[in-house]
Write a protein that binds this ligand. Structure first.
Ligand SMILES: Cc1cc2nc3c(=O)[nH]c(=O)nc-3n(C[C@H](O)[C@H](O)[C@H](O)COP(=O)(O)OP(=O)(O)OC[C@H]3O[C@@H](n4cnc5c(N)ncnc54)[C@H](O)[C@@H]3O)c2cc1C
Ligand code: FES
Length: 258
Protein backbone atom coordinates (compact mmCIF):
# COMPACT_ATOMS: atom_id res chain seq x y z
CA UNK A 1 0.00 0.00 0.00
CA UNK A 2 1.51 3.30 -1.16
CA UNK A 3 0.54 6.84 -2.10
CA UNK A 4 0.69 7.30 -5.84
CA UNK A 5 -0.56 9.68 -8.47
CA UNK A 6 -2.65 8.23 -11.26
CA UNK A 7 -4.63 9.73 -14.10
CA UNK A 8 -8.29 9.69 -14.97
CA UNK A 9 -9.11 7.77 -18.15
CA UNK A 10 -12.82 8.54 -18.16
CA UNK A 11 -15.49 9.88 -15.80
CA UNK A 12 -19.02 9.39 -17.04
CA UNK A 13 -22.38 10.12 -15.46
CA UNK A 14 -24.49 6.97 -14.96
CA UNK A 15 -27.76 8.55 -13.83
CA UNK A 16 -28.42 11.83 -12.02
CA UNK A 17 -25.97 12.17 -9.09
CA UNK A 18 -24.14 8.91 -9.90
CA UNK A 19 -20.99 8.44 -11.94
CA UNK A 20 -18.35 5.92 -12.86
CA UNK A 21 -14.69 6.90 -12.97
CA UNK A 22 -11.91 4.83 -14.57
CA UNK A 23 -8.32 5.30 -13.35
CA UNK A 24 -5.05 4.32 -14.98
CA UNK A 25 -3.62 2.34 -12.03
CA UNK A 26 -1.85 -0.82 -13.20
CA UNK A 27 -0.14 -1.67 -9.88
CA UNK A 28 -3.41 -1.43 -7.99
CA UNK A 29 -5.30 -3.37 -10.66
CA UNK A 30 -2.67 -6.12 -10.40
CA UNK A 31 -2.79 -6.48 -6.62
CA UNK A 32 -6.21 -5.30 -5.34
CA UNK A 33 -8.63 -7.96 -4.18
CA UNK A 34 -12.44 -7.76 -4.19
CA UNK A 35 -13.68 -5.88 -1.12
CA UNK A 36 -10.58 -3.71 -0.73
CA UNK A 37 -10.93 0.05 -0.98
CA UNK A 38 -8.97 3.13 -1.98
CA UNK A 39 -8.55 6.63 -0.52
CA UNK A 40 -8.65 9.44 -3.09
CA UNK A 41 -7.64 13.10 -3.13
CA UNK A 42 -8.31 14.96 -6.35
CA UNK A 43 -8.56 18.59 -5.29
CA UNK A 44 -5.91 21.26 -4.75
CA UNK A 45 -5.35 22.65 -1.26
CA UNK A 46 -6.81 21.55 2.06
CA UNK A 47 -10.56 21.81 1.50
CA UNK A 48 -11.93 19.25 2.03
CA UNK A 49 -9.16 18.13 4.38
CA UNK A 50 -9.35 14.33 4.33
CA UNK A 51 -9.03 11.93 1.42
CA UNK A 52 -12.29 10.11 0.59
CA UNK A 53 -12.77 6.29 0.69
CA UNK A 54 -14.27 4.37 -2.26
CA UNK A 55 -14.68 0.68 -3.04
CA UNK A 56 -13.07 -0.85 -6.08
CA UNK A 57 -16.00 -1.49 -8.40
CA UNK A 58 -13.86 -3.41 -10.86
CA UNK A 59 -10.21 -4.01 -11.71
CA UNK A 60 -8.92 -4.95 -15.16
CA UNK A 61 -5.44 -6.48 -14.81
CA UNK A 62 -4.85 -6.62 -18.56
CA UNK A 63 -5.76 -2.99 -19.17
CA UNK A 64 -4.19 -1.83 -15.87
CA UNK A 65 -7.30 0.09 -14.84
CA UNK A 66 -9.67 0.26 -11.89
CA UNK A 67 -13.20 1.66 -11.75
CA UNK A 68 -15.14 3.37 -8.98
CA UNK A 69 -18.92 3.76 -8.97
CA UNK A 70 -19.90 6.81 -6.92
CA UNK A 71 -22.86 8.75 -5.63
CA UNK A 72 -22.58 12.51 -5.21
CA UNK A 73 -23.51 13.26 -1.58
CA UNK A 74 -21.34 16.22 -0.55
CA UNK A 75 -18.38 18.44 -1.25
CA UNK A 76 -15.84 15.67 -2.02
CA UNK A 77 -18.01 13.65 -4.37
CA UNK A 78 -19.22 16.85 -6.04
CA UNK A 79 -15.58 17.58 -6.93
CA UNK A 80 -15.16 13.98 -8.08
CA UNK A 81 -17.99 14.40 -10.58
CA UNK A 82 -16.15 17.36 -12.16
CA UNK A 83 -12.92 15.47 -12.91
CA UNK A 84 -12.10 15.16 -16.60
CA UNK A 85 -10.02 12.63 -18.52
CA UNK A 86 -6.34 13.36 -18.02
CA UNK A 87 -6.79 14.85 -14.53
CA UNK A 88 -4.38 13.63 -11.84
CA UNK A 89 -5.61 11.94 -8.67
CA UNK A 90 -3.68 11.13 -5.49
CA UNK A 91 -4.49 7.60 -4.39
CA UNK A 92 -3.69 5.38 -1.41
CA UNK A 93 -4.44 1.74 -2.21
CA UNK A 94 -5.23 -1.07 -1.97
CA UNK A 95 -6.52 -0.80 1.62
CA UNK A 96 -8.18 -3.10 4.12
CA UNK A 97 -8.93 -6.80 4.01
CA UNK A 98 -11.02 -8.49 1.34
CA UNK A 99 -13.72 -11.03 0.60
CA UNK A 100 -11.81 -14.29 0.85
CA UNK A 101 -12.75 -16.81 -1.86
CA UNK A 102 -12.15 -20.24 -0.30
CA UNK A 103 -11.26 -23.29 -2.35
CA UNK A 104 -14.27 -25.32 -1.19
CA UNK A 105 -16.85 -22.77 -2.36
CA UNK A 106 -19.01 -24.17 -5.15
CA UNK A 107 -21.99 -21.80 -5.01
CA UNK A 108 -22.02 -18.22 -3.71
CA UNK A 109 -24.65 -15.53 -3.18
CA UNK A 110 -23.82 -11.85 -3.60
CA UNK A 111 -26.43 -9.51 -2.10
CA UNK A 112 -26.54 -5.72 -2.26
CA UNK A 113 -28.55 -2.56 -2.71
CA UNK A 114 -28.04 0.42 -5.02
CA UNK A 115 -24.64 2.10 -4.91
CA UNK A 116 -23.97 0.19 -1.67
CA UNK A 117 -23.38 -2.80 -3.94
CA UNK A 118 -20.41 -1.03 -5.61
CA UNK A 119 -17.79 -3.59 -4.41
CA UNK A 120 -19.95 -6.54 -5.47
CA UNK A 121 -19.26 -6.32 -9.20
CA UNK A 122 -15.54 -7.02 -8.72
CA UNK A 123 -16.35 -9.81 -6.26
CA UNK A 124 -18.88 -11.47 -8.61
CA UNK A 125 -16.47 -11.21 -11.56
CA UNK A 126 -13.74 -12.87 -9.49
CA UNK A 127 -16.05 -15.61 -8.16
CA UNK A 128 -17.03 -16.49 -11.72
CA UNK A 129 -13.39 -16.36 -12.86
CA UNK A 130 -12.66 -19.00 -10.20
CA UNK A 131 -15.46 -21.23 -11.51
CA UNK A 132 -17.94 -20.63 -8.66
CA UNK A 133 -21.65 -20.73 -9.42
CA UNK A 134 -22.58 -17.15 -8.53
CA UNK A 135 -26.06 -15.80 -7.80
CA UNK A 136 -26.40 -12.02 -7.54
CA UNK A 137 -29.36 -10.40 -5.77
CA UNK A 138 -29.60 -6.61 -6.05
CA UNK A 139 -32.36 -4.25 -4.96
CA UNK A 140 -32.85 -0.59 -5.85
CA UNK A 141 -35.56 2.01 -5.49
CA UNK A 142 -36.06 1.96 -9.28
CA UNK A 143 -34.53 0.11 -12.27
CA UNK A 144 -32.07 2.88 -13.27
CA UNK A 145 -30.26 2.33 -9.95
CA UNK A 146 -29.47 -1.33 -10.76
CA UNK A 147 -26.07 -0.03 -11.84
CA UNK A 148 -24.06 -3.13 -12.64
CA UNK A 149 -26.71 -5.51 -13.98
CA UNK A 150 -25.05 -5.73 -17.42
CA UNK A 151 -21.67 -6.57 -15.85
CA UNK A 152 -23.12 -9.28 -13.61
CA UNK A 153 -24.86 -10.86 -16.59
CA UNK A 154 -21.79 -10.55 -18.82
CA UNK A 155 -19.73 -12.35 -16.16
CA UNK A 156 -22.22 -15.24 -16.31
CA UNK A 157 -23.85 -14.75 -12.90
CA UNK A 158 -27.47 -15.63 -12.25
CA UNK A 159 -28.84 -12.11 -11.71
CA UNK A 160 -32.03 -11.42 -9.75
CA UNK A 161 -33.31 -7.94 -9.00
CA UNK A 162 -35.96 -6.23 -6.95
CA UNK A 163 -37.23 -2.66 -7.37
CA UNK A 164 -40.24 -2.99 -5.09
CA UNK A 165 -39.36 -1.42 -1.73
CA UNK A 166 -42.19 -3.21 0.03
CA UNK A 167 -40.27 -6.49 -0.39
CA UNK A 168 -36.83 -7.68 0.77
CA UNK A 169 -34.11 -8.66 -1.70
CA UNK A 170 -33.12 -11.44 0.70
CA UNK A 171 -36.52 -13.05 0.01
CA UNK A 172 -35.23 -13.87 -3.51
CA UNK A 173 -32.21 -15.57 -1.97
CA UNK A 174 -34.41 -17.34 0.58
CA UNK A 175 -36.50 -18.77 -2.27
CA UNK A 176 -33.36 -20.16 -3.98
CA UNK A 177 -32.12 -21.63 -0.69
CA UNK A 178 -35.09 -24.00 -0.72
CA UNK A 179 -33.67 -25.89 -3.71
CA UNK A 180 -29.93 -25.03 -3.73
CA UNK A 181 -27.04 -25.48 -1.31
CA UNK A 182 -25.02 -22.26 -0.95
CA UNK A 183 -21.57 -22.32 0.66
CA UNK A 184 -21.27 -18.59 1.26
CA UNK A 185 -23.08 -15.27 1.04
CA UNK A 186 -21.50 -11.82 0.75
CA UNK A 187 -23.04 -8.41 1.31
CA UNK A 188 -22.11 -4.83 2.06
CA UNK A 189 -23.31 -1.48 3.23
CA UNK A 190 -26.73 -2.19 4.71
CA UNK A 191 -27.47 -3.22 8.30
CA UNK A 192 -30.83 -4.60 7.21
CA UNK A 193 -29.16 -6.93 4.69
CA UNK A 194 -26.63 -8.03 7.32
CA UNK A 195 -29.40 -8.84 9.81
CA UNK A 196 -31.40 -10.76 7.21
CA UNK A 197 -28.39 -12.77 6.04
CA UNK A 198 -27.50 -13.51 9.68
CA UNK A 199 -30.95 -15.03 10.16
CA UNK A 200 -30.74 -17.11 6.96
CA UNK A 201 -27.19 -18.23 7.80
CA UNK A 202 -28.41 -19.69 11.10
CA UNK A 203 -31.19 -21.65 9.37
CA UNK A 204 -29.39 -22.81 6.21
CA UNK A 205 -25.80 -23.22 7.43
CA UNK A 206 -23.63 -21.20 5.06
CA UNK A 207 -20.76 -18.80 5.71
CA UNK A 208 -21.64 -15.10 5.50
CA UNK A 209 -19.47 -11.98 5.26
CA UNK A 210 -20.27 -8.28 5.09
CA UNK A 211 -18.27 -5.21 4.20
CA UNK A 212 -18.90 -2.35 6.65
CA UNK A 213 -18.96 1.36 5.83
CA UNK A 214 -17.89 3.99 8.37
CA UNK A 215 -16.73 7.57 8.10
CA UNK A 216 -12.97 7.42 7.47
CA UNK A 217 -10.39 10.13 7.90
CA UNK A 218 -7.09 8.28 7.34
CA UNK A 219 -7.99 4.82 5.93
CA UNK A 220 -4.82 3.30 7.41
CA UNK A 221 -5.61 2.64 11.06
CA UNK A 222 -4.12 5.80 12.58
CA UNK A 223 -7.03 8.08 13.51
CA UNK A 224 -9.39 5.51 15.15
CA UNK A 225 -12.32 7.34 13.56
CA UNK A 226 -13.84 4.19 12.07
CA UNK A 227 -14.00 1.95 15.17
CA UNK A 228 -16.96 -0.43 15.59
CA UNK A 229 -17.74 -3.19 18.10
CA UNK A 230 -17.56 -6.83 17.02
CA UNK A 231 -18.36 -9.95 19.00
CA UNK A 232 -16.64 -13.27 19.57
CA UNK A 233 -18.36 -15.93 21.66
CA UNK A 234 -20.14 -13.31 23.74
CA UNK A 235 -17.10 -11.07 24.24
CA UNK A 236 -17.02 -7.68 22.54
CA UNK A 237 -14.00 -6.06 20.99
CA UNK A 238 -13.26 -2.74 19.22
CA UNK A 239 -11.89 -2.92 15.67
CA UNK A 240 -11.03 -0.38 13.01
CA UNK A 241 -13.12 -0.87 9.89
CA UNK A 242 -10.29 0.44 7.68
CA UNK A 243 -7.64 -1.87 9.11
CA UNK A 244 -9.21 -5.02 10.59
CA UNK A 245 -12.04 -4.69 8.01
CA UNK A 246 -13.91 -3.58 6.06
CA UNK A 247 -14.96 -7.25 5.64
CA UNK A 248 -16.14 -9.17 8.73
CA UNK A 249 -17.92 -12.49 9.28
CA UNK A 250 -21.58 -11.65 9.85
CA UNK A 251 -21.62 -13.74 13.03
CA UNK A 252 -19.19 -11.19 14.55
CA UNK A 253 -21.34 -8.22 13.53
CA UNK A 254 -24.79 -9.05 14.78
CA UNK A 255 -25.18 -7.03 18.00
CA UNK A 256 -25.09 -3.29 18.63
CA UNK A 257 -23.77 -2.48 15.16
CA UNK A 258 -26.58 -3.83 13.05
C1 LIG B 1 -14.76 1.55 2.77
C2 LIG B 1 -15.71 2.52 2.09
C3 LIG B 1 -16.05 2.34 0.77
C4 LIG B 1 -16.91 3.22 0.13
N1 LIG B 1 -17.22 2.99 -1.18
C5 LIG B 1 -18.02 3.87 -1.83
C6 LIG B 1 -18.30 3.67 -3.21
O1 LIG B 1 -17.84 2.72 -3.84
N2 LIG B 1 -19.11 4.58 -3.82
C7 LIG B 1 -19.64 5.67 -3.14
O2 LIG B 1 -20.36 6.47 -3.75
N3 LIG B 1 -19.36 5.88 -1.84
C8 LIG B 1 -18.57 5.02 -1.17
N4 LIG B 1 -18.27 5.22 0.15
C9 LIG B 1 -18.83 6.42 0.81
C10 LIG B 1 -18.01 7.65 0.40
O3 LIG B 1 -16.71 7.55 0.96
C11 LIG B 1 -18.67 8.93 0.92
O4 LIG B 1 -19.93 9.06 0.30
C12 LIG B 1 -17.80 10.12 0.60
O5 LIG B 1 -16.63 10.11 1.37
C13 LIG B 1 -18.57 11.38 0.88
O6 LIG B 1 -17.71 12.47 0.68
P1 LIG B 1 -18.32 13.90 0.43
O7 LIG B 1 -17.24 14.89 0.72
O8 LIG B 1 -18.99 13.98 -0.89
O9 LIG B 1 -19.47 14.00 1.51
P2 LIG B 1 -19.42 14.77 2.90
O10 LIG B 1 -19.64 16.25 2.60
O11 LIG B 1 -18.22 14.37 3.69
O12 LIG B 1 -20.72 14.16 3.58
C14 LIG B 1 -22.00 14.27 2.96
C15 LIG B 1 -22.98 13.36 3.71
O13 LIG B 1 -22.58 11.99 3.50
C16 LIG B 1 -22.38 11.34 4.76
N5 LIG B 1 -21.23 10.43 4.65
C17 LIG B 1 -19.98 10.74 4.25
N6 LIG B 1 -19.17 9.65 4.32
C18 LIG B 1 -19.93 8.63 4.76
C19 LIG B 1 -19.69 7.26 5.06
N7 LIG B 1 -18.48 6.70 4.94
N8 LIG B 1 -20.71 6.52 5.51
C20 LIG B 1 -21.93 7.05 5.67
N9 LIG B 1 -22.23 8.34 5.40
C21 LIG B 1 -21.24 9.12 4.96
C22 LIG B 1 -22.09 12.47 5.72
O14 LIG B 1 -22.44 12.12 7.05
C23 LIG B 1 -22.99 13.58 5.22
O15 LIG B 1 -24.30 13.42 5.65
C24 LIG B 1 -17.44 4.35 0.83
C25 LIG B 1 -17.10 4.54 2.17
C26 LIG B 1 -16.25 3.63 2.80
C27 LIG B 1 -15.89 3.85 4.23
S1 FES C 1 -10.07 5.73 9.15
FE1 FES C 1 -8.48 6.25 10.51
S2 FES C 1 -8.37 4.48 11.79
FE2 FES C 1 -9.83 3.93 10.29
Amino acid sequence: MNYSTVSVISNEPVVKNYGRIKLDASEIAATAKPGQFIMLKYWKGNVPYFMRPFSINSADRNAGTIEVLYKVVGVGTDLLRDLEAGAEVKILAPLGNWFEIKKHYKRAAVVGRGVGAAPMRYLAEELKRQGIDTYVYISASSPEYLFDQAYFEKAGCTFKQLTDDTKKVTSLFEEDLKSNKFDVAFTCGSNRLIRDLGRLMDIHDFEAYASMEEHMACGIGACKGCVITVYDEGKSEYVRVCREGPVFPIKRLVGDNV
